[in-house]
Design a protein around this ligand. Structure first.
Ligand code: ZN
Length: 109
């Protein structure tokens, strides 16, 4: 079952909100980095920024999937990811079952 246009719209808003929050965080980190003179300032900055960049990339990828109309398709089983899950995490690429299977597989290794 695909997403309705109202659902897509809601997810789009969630992506935009999160994107905005991440950019704000990046901005704050940059301001902080500029004034921080501690020896490990750059290390702290880089780890915080790289986690924000990772999230931004995932959101960009979700935007691209949305643009071509395949947001919400599981990358493993091609089934649908489900609106609630996407709303909670628009960057999700796997359905709940595949995610669970992946998680238990990773634990087993
Ligand atoms: Zn799946």
């Amino acid at each position: 079952m695909g997403l309705t246009s109202a659902q897509v719209y809601q997810i789009k808003n969630t992506i935009n909100e999160r994107y905005g929050a991440l950019m704000e965080r990046m901005h704050e980190e940059a301001v902080q980095r500029c004034t921080d003179t501690r020896a490990d300032a750059n290390l702290v900055y880089e780890s915080r920024v790289s986690s924000a960049v990772r999230e931004i990339r995932a959101l960009e990828a979700a935007r691209a999937r949305m643009a071509v109309g395949c947001l919400g398709r599981c990358s493993i089983c091609e089934g649908s990811i489900g609106f609630d899950r996407l709303l909670a995490d628009p960057a999700a690429t796997r359905c709940e079952e595949c995610e669970a299977r992946q998680a238990s597989g990773e634990r087993a290794v």
